[in-house]
Design a protein. Structure first.
Length: 99
């Protein structure tokens, strides 16, 4: 678990807490943002399944968006975005080409 504080002029504006599945990596499984009053305002929950990374974005405890990134192989990735009600709102395919 690690934390970051941000602010200016000696005034704290926010605090961010990260939880990692493996302390040797920089891939977090949980990111929580707290306001000046230490109230949890935003949260990202990340999970990994085979060739997928799933991010769930919450604001004040309510799911706002879900993103699933699939590694299709050969430097190609598919990103599926869903709103808080489970409706598909975007689909993107990214391919890296050799120059």
């Amino acid at each position: 678990m690690s934390e970051e504080l941000s602010g200016r002029n000696d005034q704290r504006e926010s605090r961010v807490r990260y939880a990692y599945s493996d302390p040797k990596t920089s891939d977090y499984i949980l990111r929580q943002t707290f306001d000046q009053n230490d109230q949890l305002t935003a949260e990202i929950k990340r999970s990994y399944r085979a060739n997928e990374t799933v991010d769930e974005f919450y604001f004040k405890g309510v799911l706002q968006q879900k993103s699933i990134v699939k590694d299709l192989g050969n430097c190609t990735y598919e990103n599926l975005n869903y709103n808080g009600h489970g409706k598909l709102t975007g689909k993107y395919v990214q391919t890296r080409k050799q120059l």
